[in-house]
Design a protein around this ligand. Structure first.
Ligand code: HEC
Length: 155
């Protein structure tokens, strides 16, 4: 089993444990990376709202695993070198809409990730996620995400 795949599986378990609710599929049809129009809209929103921190090429900020002097984390990459792909779509949606807040972070957690709920429509947020996903292409990543969907109970 490859390392990437194992990391993916471990974080699926963590996400499911953190949610404590019926797991939702990894992939949501509202963030379909094969939908060219959605991906194009998402790329526009990404360039305008996300690239300043997460990088024009989704590369994230330098030394993104190392805390800043103020104790906060830098913006991680959204390409396959980061860990966004470990999260099911609905988690990426919730973090983008509400910021890094419970149930995905402890109460009072301090983060530089803004909440976009007042600035972007739900549709624009799903489009941004479709755009991120259009950059995930390796077999390890796609297999790990398919596994999240397989493990989810139908709703
Ligand atoms: C002002 C800088 C900034 C902007 C702008 C920004 N982010 Fe972030 N983002 C961050 C930081 C910093 C983190 C890490 C937060 C933490 O863990 O404390 C983060 C984390 C995230 C995460 C969680 C990643 C993970 O692997 O857990 C997602 C998803 C995310 N951002 C999406 C977006 C999207 C989508 C946009 C644009 C709509 C955006 N961000 C714009 C700074 C930013």
């Amino acid at each position: 089993m490859s390392r990437l795949w194992r990391i993916g599986l471990v974080s699926v378990v963590i996400v499911l444990a953190a949610c404590g609710e019926t797991p939702a599929p990894g992939d949501d049809p509202r963030a379909d990376p094969r939908d060219a129009a959605r991906v194009a809209l998402g790329a526009k929103v990404y360039a305008r709202e996300c690239a300043a921190c997460h990088g024009a090429k989704l590369e994230g900020q330098a030394d993104w695993r190392k805390r800043l002097p103020n104790g906060r984390l830098p913006a991680p990459p959204h390409d396959e070198s980061g860990h966004s792909w470990h999260h099911p779509d609905h988690v990426l949606f919730a973090i983008t809409k509400n910021g890094v807040v419970p149930p995905y972070a402890p109460k009072d957690y301090q983060s530089d990730m803004p909440a976009f709920g007042a600035k972007l429509s739900d549709d624009e947020i799903w489009a941004v996620i479709a755009n991120l996903k259009s950059h995930w292409r390796t077999k390890e990543v796609l297999d790990a995400r398919a596994e999240m969907t397989r493990q989810a109970r139908p709703r």
